[in-house]
Design a protein around this ligand. Structure first.
Ligand SMILES: Nc1ncnc2c1ncn2[C@@H]1O[C@H](COP(=O)(O)OP(=O)(O)OP(=O)(O)O)[C@@H](O)[C@H]1O
Length: 466
């Protein structure tokens, strides 16, 4: 016997009643939710409790526009449309769902809305992991192109200086924790190398270490670079949106290099992420949570910047939990030879024969101030290893800019030296420089400097130039 448009009864299936319908609904694996025109929840099936983790009794009689004001069911009730299908995000539970909603008409008019949906958080999470893996692969490909052979752990960190050792001991201790680390030091002292060593000695070592150079990205781009963006967030945005560095670093470490160069507006946004470990993509509304370890580095004087109002005090306290200070190379000259040896071994492998430093170069390296620190030392040796044909690196193999003293160095010298000593050291530098530019051709250097042969050789002897 027909009981309605889509149902019949038979001798084996004699009746259709309310209870039977509810039993069927309770066996549906998707959530079924019915609200009335006031958005009061009048029905929820058993899957509701199982999938969303909230007992049905807790929600029956409550208004959905108070619990989930942004849900698709509420939007549908207000839009005048009758049907919606697609993804939704339940803010109150932090769950992604997919399904459909339709307005319920009892034949006389609209009496409510029905939503049927399933939890797809796991799928979304898997997708996010996939996107992250793809993003990390792209990032690593990019990095590979500019790859430097950096030491990867504390073991390989070159340096015996006692201050450096203290810093390394502290760094190794903090590496085992999840604490935020702030690395301070002049440009080229090895802050990035230390950041890598900390990451590689932490429990996150198999997860990504993502670097952001805060000084290299302009203010308009840095927000989307850090937090990513949704499709259509701005003109030129990629289809499907883009993951930001914070999402790429999820479960790993983010290395915020040159943090002192970040604008004050971005500092405020960064502070929120550091405090809450959550953010929204540019053009997005969904809050994304990340599990990250933060390592920041700067060569700027943050304390003065705070006084000048260009660096936020609260951000400073957030970052400065474990400060690691790396001294400039001029204050750890005892490490110059060990570092030189490491670099020379590397360059010797590249050019295929051994390389050593002449005694004059060793002496010069100890006297020189190294304003560009370890990076400068590495560059000087790379230059010399290319220019040098034999195995011994001589003064004239060094790049001419290191042989010229700058004004600052002259000022420093003048404090502790007599005029006679300054003139002598300047004269020596000029002779070394003339020899370097003339590829050690003494006659040419002598003529360039306007000395007679006797005076020139006398000076070479006096200054120990061989
Ligand atoms: N202890 C070390 N052993 C070997 N090489 C090192 C060491 N420290 C630094 N270097 C080398 O010196 C160069 C500069 O190091 P790094 O980039 O870490 O400096 P930085 O302080 O981060 O510089 P910047 O502030 O300019 O970013 C790198 O090429 C690195 O290979």
């Amino acid at each position: 016997m027909s009981t309605g448009v889509h149902a019949v009864t038979t001798s084996n299936f004699p009746q259709w009643d309310r209870e039977l319908l509810f039993r069927i609904m309770d066996n549906i694996h998707d959530v079924v939710l019915v609200i009335d025109t006031d958005t009061t929840i009048v029905y929820a099936n058993e899957a509701y409790a199982r999938i969303l983790g909230v007992p049905v009794e807790k929600v029956l009689g409550r208004r959905l526009d108070k619990i989930e004001p942004k849900s698709e069911a509420i939007k549908l009730m207000r839009s005048g449309k009758s049907f919606h299908m697609g993804k939704d995000y339940l803010d109150s539970l932090g769950i992604d769902v997919v399904g459909s909603s339709f307005l319920l008409n009892d034949g006389h008019g609209i009496i409510g809305c029905v939503s049927i949906f399933k939890n797809i958080s796991e799928v979304i999470e898997l997708n996010r992991e996939l996107e992250q893996t793809k993003g990390v692969a792209d990032y690593l490909k990019e990095q590979l192109e500019q790859w430097e052979q950096l030491p990867l752990s504390f073991k390989e960190y070159v340096g015996q200086n006692s201050n450096l050792k203290e810093t390394l001991v502290l760094a190794a201790k903090v590496a085992k924790t999840d604490s935020t680390v702030l690395i301070r030091g002049e440009s080229g002292v090895g802050k990035e190398v230390l950041a890598r060593a900390v990451h590689n000695s932490s429990r996150r070592k198999d997860k990504p270490l993502i670097k952001v150079n805060c000084a290299a990205i302009n203010d308009n781009l840095i927000e989307s670079e850090l937090f990513g963006y949704e499709e259509g967030a701005f003109t030129g945005a990629k289809r499907g949106g883009k993951l930001g560095k914070f999402e790429l670093a999820h479960s790993g470490t983010i290395f915020l290099d040159e943090i002192g160069d970040m604008s004050i507006t971005m500092q405020a946004k960064l502070l929120r992420v550091l405090q809450e470990k959550e953010f929204e993509r540019v053009g997005g509304t969904k809050t994304i949570k990340v599990d990250i370890r933060v390592i920041a580095a700067t060569n700027r004087d943050l304390e003065t910047m705070i006084k000048e109002g260009t660096f936020r005090r609260d951000l400073y306290y957030r970052l400065n939990i474990v400060p690691l200070n790396l001294a400039p190379l001029r204050e750890r000259k005892d490490d110059i030879l060990a570092l030189s040896k490491t670099f020379l071994e590397r360059f010797a492998r590249e050019i295929g024969h051994e390389l050593t430093l002449s005694p004059q170069v060793v002496r010069f390296f100890q006297e020189y101030d190294w304003p560009g620190n370890i990076r400068e030392l590495q560059n000087v040796l790379e230059h010399a290893s290319i220019v040098c044909n034999g195995t011994s690196i001589e003064m004239f193999h060094l790049p001419s800019q290191v042989l010229h003293l700058n004004d600052d160095q002259l000022k420093v010298r003048s404090k502790s030296q007599t005029v006679k000593e300054i003139v002598a050291s300047l004269e020596k530098e000029l002779i070394l420089s003339a020899l370097a530019t003339n590829k050690n051709n003494r006659t040419k250097a002598m003529k360039e400097l306007g000395f007679s042969r006797r005076v020139f050789y006398d000076k070479l002897r006096r200054y120990g130039i061989e």
